[in-house]
Design a protein around this ligand. Sequence first.
Ligand code: SF4
Ligand code: SF4
Length: 421
Amino acid sequence: MNKPNYGPLKNAEKCTHCGYCLPVCPTYRVERDEMQSPRGRVSIVLALMRGAMQPAAAVDALSHCIGCRACHGACPVGVRPGKLSLAARAFQPIPSTRLGGWLHRITDSHQTTAVASRMLDFYVRSGLQRVVRPLLKGIPPLADKERLIPSHRPKPPVFLPEPPPDAPTVALLGGCMARLFLPHVGMSARALLQSMGFRVITPKGFGCCGAPHRERGDKEAFVRQAKKTLDAFGALDHIEAVICDSSVCTITARSYDKAVSKRDGDYAPIAKAFSSKVMDLTEFLSQHQPRWQQAAVDPGMGTLAYQDHCQMRHGLGTYAEPRNLLDALPVAVTEIAGDGACCGAGGEYMMRYPQRSRLIRQDKLEAIHASGAQTVVATNPGCMLNTQAGLEAEHSPVQVRHLAEVLWKSRENLLPRVKQS
Ligand code: SF4
Ligand code: SF4
């Protein structure tokens, strides 16, 4: 039998076991168990490489890493425990949870996502949710899951006139979880971009970027999903940028160039070109900020605070862009303490390890309350659903809103609009 190629795990050998990474790790913070710490995870990776641990057992232990990347910035010698925990999954992908698998089957296709989203429109807007939610109080596991369906589901914005055909064009990659649970997010992002004079293309055949497969370490399924995305978006010659409204999609779509290899033939250069054009909505808007934000008004959501998506903050280093956008609004903006700590969502993690996820979330909720924010502003749907569910469970009046919605609200009344045909 061929020896597995442990090359991608070699970074673990640099670990000096100093422990500087322990205090920033959310799983260690709530468990106080070495095996739930970055240092413990590095030891597991080393045991796997030395043959002292079987891949199934090692990956099972490493699946408890939520992938927040906070440990990366804390390590003085450049060890990447979060990345290592993800890379090790290539040797034995983590199975999907039942609910996660069910959601992936829906979001795999644009059509099924649209149908499910319309059903949720009815569930929330008809008032059915207000009847069902109290009935589930006596069944905590069901109540917890139902609370993940946001009751804030406003009607889509009225559209602006289409910019002329020769206007600069961007493609909008609307995250599948946003399209399903927060459909106003993509619409607000599109309206914002149009208001800046961009033509916006939203490919109809796009389902999911493959983030859940990537997180589980299922490379085959991830590459398959990446190719489907590349097919849906087609040629990008005339496109200035591929803009993601959900930060987990930004991270995922940026990694296509590494996942799709020469073995995938013509897809390799296409993936490279695609990844090079991917931008997070916050990056794109902040790059074009002087062009459009001078006249913004108070969006009427009280004191705002930006909730970092931990992987964006610690993995891609995104910090100033969303804050600059909020600081330019004529409203009070505060900070949530914790240095971009994880909220406990972690994609499917909140379904796989719900108890630990809730403990991690509790720290975040306390930080939100201490900040005095009335509206938490975020860009990642998973964080939004998880945080809003936690706030609703404790009957907090604090709301969670996507940055695109907040910015659109600060601007929509200033612009000429047309009814969407
Ligand atoms: S991963 Fe880095 S910070 Fe953590 S114990 Fe190893 S060397 Fe120290
Ligand atoms: S990525 Fe996050 S959860 Fe995983 S080891 Fe690092 S700090 Fe802990």
